[in-house]
Design a binder for this molecule. Structure first.
Ligand code: AVJ
Length: 322
């Protein structure tokens, strides 16, 4: 393998963001790839499989917290709220909340995938016909996808950001993102957000180095994607999946380790890999309750309350603009 002729001529790849980001990331001293590129169609499907794994406690723990405390959460949100969900995807997590809210004014999901978002809108409208769904298609870090909010004037807006997605950002970038969220809200508006908590490193590492090797496949998929989209010749067998908890940085880091010294070509450029050299592919930051409250405060939110599972593995926080 590896010699297959790609359908895309190298010069046609010139102005792709993906190519620019890949070349820049692999030119750094510590090679990196932006984690957002893990989530193409195959990667998103693998991530869904990860969420079902026994070793990956995050998704089911968060779901259990929502089930157990949904009445209190709905009460905290209050009547007449518009729920805004950046990166809503299939909008499955919000349904329970929408069902329990008192006279919600609507739901405003934002996502880059029109197919997934429009299918989700149809499903929610069928199940909850009284809730007005305004789907906004695009990258939630860009201002334009928030424009539609100007035409909606609810009693209050509540941002819904579950899934520990905030953990993908370094604390510095998380603060910038939360400040950006705060800039879309007014006094009295809220934020309902899920975070994974700091805990025993064995439990954390098992979640990202699962016994069924799905996370390995998820991690290596980024190389397969670079091969097929950017005329590259990564041999996936020359890389191993590695995930470890870094206690000082309070994060799980995911890497791909080169198993031998070799050269890879990407869109006509050569990249050298030493034996044991890694590509850093993802971070998953973990927080204590007090640490996350500090982050919320520094971004302009007032932490109001939080809900945890009995083992304190995961937390859902409610914060507001005071
Ligand atoms: C989607 C960022 C919440 O960090 O737990 C899971 C991604 N990567 N296994 C996480 C992920 C490998 C996940 N988040």
């Amino acid at each position: 393998m590896n010699m297959a002729v790609s359908p895309i001529p190298d010069d046609k790849l010139q102005n792709s963001d993906f190519l620019t980001d890949v070349l820049a990331g692999l030119s750094e001293e510590q090679k990196t790839l932006p984690c957002k590129y893990l989530y193409d169609e195959a990667g998103s499907r693998l991530f869904e499989q990860i969420c079902e794994l026994d070793d990956y406690y995050l998704t089911r723990t968060e779901a259990a917290i929502f089930r157990e405390h949904i009445t209190a959460m709905a009460q905290q949100v209050g009547p007449g709220a518009l729920i805004v969900e950046p990166g809503a995807g299939n909008c499955e997590k919000v349904e329970l909340l929408l069902e329990h809210l008192q006279a919600p004014s609507g739901y405003y999901p934002i996502d880059i995938s029109p197919e997934i978002l429009l299918a989700a809108k149809a499903r929610i409208t069928a199940r909850l016909p009284n809730i007005e769904v305004t789907a906004s298609i695009g990258d939630f870090t860009q201002a334009d996808v928030w424009q539609g909010l100007k035409d909606i004037t609810p009693r209050k807006r509540v941002l819904f950001f579950p899934g520990s997605t905030i953990g993908n950002f370094t604390p510095e970038h998380a603060e910038v993102l939360l400040e950006f969220f705060a800039s879309k809200l007014s006094r009295g508006d809220g934020l309902l957000i899920g975070t994974d908590l700091v805990k025993d490193s064995i439990v954390l590492e098992r979640a990202y180095c699962d016994s069924e090797h799905v996370t390995e496949e998820f991690n290596k998929n980024i190389l397969a994607r670079i091969n097929s989209e950017l005329n590259a010749n990564f041999d996936l067998a020359h890389f191993a999946h590695r995930a470890f908890y870094h206690p000082l940085r309070q994060r799980v880091e995911m890497h791909l380790v080169s198993l031998k010294s070799h050269t890879v070509q990407i869109a006509g450029r050569k990249f050298e890999f030493a034996e044991g050299e890694t590509i850093h592919t993802e971070n998953s930051h973990k927080y204590s309750i007090s640490g996350f409250n500090r982050l919320l405060s520094s971004a302009g939110f007032t932490p109001i309350r939080h809900w945890c599972d009995s083992e304190q593995r995961y937390a859902v926080h409610y914060a507001q603009i005071s």
